[in-house]
Design a protein around this ligand. Structure first.
Ligand code: C2E
Ligand code: MG
Ligand code: MG
Length: 328
């Protein structure tokens, strides 16, 4: 409670918080180090739960921590062992159902646990810094794949969306890496769209803003992923160097049958258009959602209604000439 009170450092008012882990001594511990270790595990749990709280240790926490540690070790080896795959989910022009491109989504086939969801291993990869190497592998693999499809299906408009972790944008070598990949794979810069979160866009640091500006100058598209879940303020939005907003799935979920839900999406689409940006709706699962999105003027849609993310060989069938995806 004392720490949560703001205090002054020179001219500044400073707010801090504390995450506390507690382990009770006495039960089955033979030395102090074991108690400290478990208190530490509880503290990391407190941080993971959103910080500024107190968590009391219990034994399943240790198993979870050990499980994460094992997964982290496996993750390090997975890159070398080639256990990652890239899947491709079509992005479709809303009014016509024509696929215009794909989003690359990484998949991990764990030798023992089977398919591990990115929701589980991306945060771990970010924590350990492995995400840099992983993202770059996905970028290179997907650019090569889409360039191959372009050669195989000439005349088919084909763009590629790749997710990059916020950490990439702090790196001085990001733009050179992207340039190298485009050069090696012969994918046109205008065909590559990098997906980043609002938080990255809002980051005012010179390193991040410099990278964004240089990527844009290269001709690479910048798409804001999961739009609506971050902390964008309207005054910031107009200065963003992005060309497309991807409306988060949670808004599409609440779109049909709720007046507020519809108004929210209508407002986002209108705002994007006023700022000269296009809109992709994520997580479109029903015909009713699609119809409403078309009526609201949303340009592109992506979701299970059209296709789940597919292995490259299966995704290729979307490129057959003039094939419109039969919705529903
Ligand atoms: P995201 O970039 O927002 O990707 C969309 C997620 O929604 C994907 O989950 C996709 O499979 C799922 N999805 C698509 N359509 C539907 C639908 O109609 N209904 C539902 N319920 N879900 C749908 P996925 O593949 O599990 O990826 C989760 C997140 O992991 C991604 O969210 C992205 O933030 C991250 N991610 C995936 N691949 C990479 C990568 O290569 N690098 C980085 N840094 N992050 C990645
Ligand atoms: Mg994405
Ligand atoms: Mg998203």
């Amino acid at each position: 409670a004392d720490l949560s009170r703001p205090f002054r450092l020179g001219q500044h008012e400073v707010h801090i918080s504390a995450s506390i882990g507690v382990a009770a001594s006495g039960v089955g511990y033979s030395d102090a180090e074991e108690v400290l270790r478990d208190a530490d595990i509880a503290m990391y749990r407190a941080k993971a739960l959103g910080k500024a709280r107190c968590v009391v240790f219990d034994p399943p926490m240790r198993e979870r921590a050990l499980g994460l540690l094992a997964l982290e070790a496996d993750l390090r080896r997975a890159v070398e062992r080639g256990e990652f795959r890239v899947h491709y989910q079509p992005i479709v022009a809303a009014p016509t159902g024509q696929p215009v491109g794909f989003e690359a989504l990484v998949r991990w086939q764990h030798p023992v646990h089977g398919a591990v969801s990115p929701a589980e291993f991306i945060p771990l990869a970010e924590e350990t810094g492995l995400v840099i190497e992983l993202d770059r592998w996905v970028l290179r693999t997907a650019c090569a794949q889409v360039a191959a499809w372009q050669a195989q299906f000439p005349g088919h408009p084909l763009s590629l969306n790749v997710n990059l972790s916020s950490q990439q944008f702090l790196r001085a070598d990001l733009v050179t890496y992207v340039e190298d990949v485009l050069y090696e794979t012969r994918l046109g810069a205008e065909n590559l769209h990098l997906e980043l979160t609002e938080t990255v866009m809002m980051n005012a640091s010179a390193a991040v803003q410099g990278n964004l500006a240089r990527l844009k100058a290269l001709g690479v598209g910048l798409h804001i992923d999961d739009f609506g879940t971050g902390y964008s303020s309207l005054s910031y939005l107009q200065h963003l160097p992005s060309d497309t907003l991807k409306i988060d799935r949670s808004f599409i979920d609440r779109l049909v049958g709720s007046r507020e839900g519809e108004e929210l999406v209508r407002t986002i689409v209108r705002m994007a258009h006023n700022l000269g940006m296009k809109v992709v709706a994520e997580g479109v699962e029903t015909e009713a959602q699609l119809e409403l999105l078309v009526a609201l003027g949303c340009e592109y849609v992506q979701g299970y209604l059209f296709s789940r993310p597919l292995a490259a060989a299966d995704a290729a069938r979307f490129m057959a000439p003039s094939q419109a995806l039969a919705a529903g």
